[in-house]
Design a protein around this ligand. Structure first.
Ligand code: NAD
Ligand code: DAU
Length: 350
């Protein structure tokens, strides 16, 4: 088919798994990974595929409209899978404008470049915007987010992602740009940056540091193994209906405290430490402002329309994730040096 696909944010956590999925599965596609390599972008994540003939990397910031348009004009992609973003809620509370610039303005720059390059002849083209379940706000003790749940974002991060989703839909409605949006639940797995709950706790257990639990620990998230998110993106990119949104999730809710206890149990076993050792590190700390109580995805649409189901259970995925981190201590050391140490000190130092 010889398609050229731009994947933005391909050096990040989820993006690197999406790039790998596409490069390995579609030898007749050419995958161009476009990433600014912020603190969260790491080409080490792609070492195994960097020399494949159907892949190349271009360092480019999506906030730079001219640079983005030039790339579109030169490469004339057939499709875009857009993951580049500032992704961490706590950072968005500290520096919200960065989230507007990358997540909103950066997305609009990509939409403009796609429209301009495709010249309103959209045959065979597709813009896939990768978004989050956080746009729906928070659930109470019951209920699930469906694709029809009204948007109600609470953090600067989720407000910026909701805004970008609206722009993507507006470009479909106004200009006819062929778009799909996916809204996924919390991911976990290899290459997860250790500012997020699961990899942060793995790192802290290895270093015998406190495991910071915000508030009472009863906040609930719905967890999906990152490779299963990449598989879902592949399905929606190829088979999703133009103009549709698809929720992605695995019906896998965990209260934060229960998840961290499960992680402690598995870590103690794998590190041959006496049972209960890691749990002693659990420390309740000041809550996140505007903390959403509960996220839970109804993934019926992607399941029934596209036949999607996750490939691993949570216990298996968590075990694979811990094994990966234990085998890749050098990766952890590399990403936790420099700028990250400063962030970590500011966030948890007190
Ligand atoms: P991440 O922070 O690990 O990676 C983000 C990537 O984007 C990095 O490689 C970074 O270098 C790049 N980037 C950031 N700003 C950029 C800019 N201005 N120009 C070009 N590149 C830039 O994020 P992630 O967790 O892999 O999330 C990827 C996408 O998936 C995001 O859009 C996020 O909103 C969405 N998402 C994440 C989750 C999750 O649980 N992590 C769940 C649902 C949706
Ligand atoms: O729901 C999808 C979203 O999941 C994505 O859109 C975001 O990009 C991604 O970062 C993630 O957001 P969360 O805020 O849910 O993830 P995080 O790992 O930061 O936090 C998970 C839960 O754990 C949340 O309730 C806050 C809590 N937490 C987090 C950290 C970092 C703690 O209790 N202690 C911590 O130190």
């Amino acid at each position: 088919m010889n398609k050229k696909i731009f994947i933005t944010g391909g050096a990040g956590f989820i993006g690197s798994h999406v790039v790998r999925e596409f490069v390995n599965k579609y030898s007749d596609y050419h995958i161009v990974n476009i990433d600014a390599l912020t603190y969260a972008g790491n080409l080490e994540n792609l070492k195994d595929i960097e020399r494949k003939p159907n892949y190349n990397f271009i360092k480019q910031d999506i906030r730079d409209a001219g640079g983005i348009l030039a790339l579109f004009k030169t490469h004339r992609p057939d499709g875009v899978i857009h993951l580049a973003a500032e992704s961490h809620v706590d950072r968005s509370i500290a520096t919200p404008t960065d989230f507007v610039m990358t997540n909103v303005v950066g997305t609009v720059n990509l939409l403009n470049a796609a429209r301009e390059t495709w010249k309103d002849n959209f045959e065979g083209k597709r813009f896939h915007h990768v978004s989050t379940d956080e746009v729906y706000g928070t659930l109470g003790e019951t209920g699930l987010f469906t694709e029809d749940t009204p948007y109600d974002p609470h953090s600067p991060y989720s407000a910026s992602k909701a805004s970008s989703d609206h722009f993507v839909r507006a470009y479909q409605d106004t200009y006819g740009l062929p778009v799909v949006i996916t809204n996924c639940s919390n991911n976990y797995g290899p290459n997860h940056f250790p500012e997020k709950l699961i990899p942060l706790c793995i790192l802290h257990i290895l270093n015998n540091k406190p495991l910071p639990i915000y508030g009472d620990g009863k906040y609930t998230r719905d967890w999906l193994f990152v490779v299963d998110h990449a598989r879902a993106i592949d399905l929606v990119f190829h088979q999703g209906k133009n103009g549709s949104s698809y929720n992605i999730g695995g019906f896998n809710e965990w209260k934060n405290i229960d998840l961290v206890k499960e992680l402690c149990k598995q870590m103690d076993e794998k590190l041959s430490r006496p049972s209960g050792t890691s749990e002693k590190l659990i420390t309740y700390v000041k809550d996140r402002p505007g903390h959403d109580l509960r996220y839970a995805i109804d993934a019926t649409r992607i399941n029934t329309e596209l036949g999607y189901t996750p490939s691993v259970t949570f216990e298996e995925g968590l075990s694979l994730t811990i094994d990966w981190f234990l085998k890749n201590r050098e990766w952890l050391e590399n990403v936790t040096s420099g700028n990250y140490q400063q962030y970590d000190a500011e966030q948890y130092g007190k």
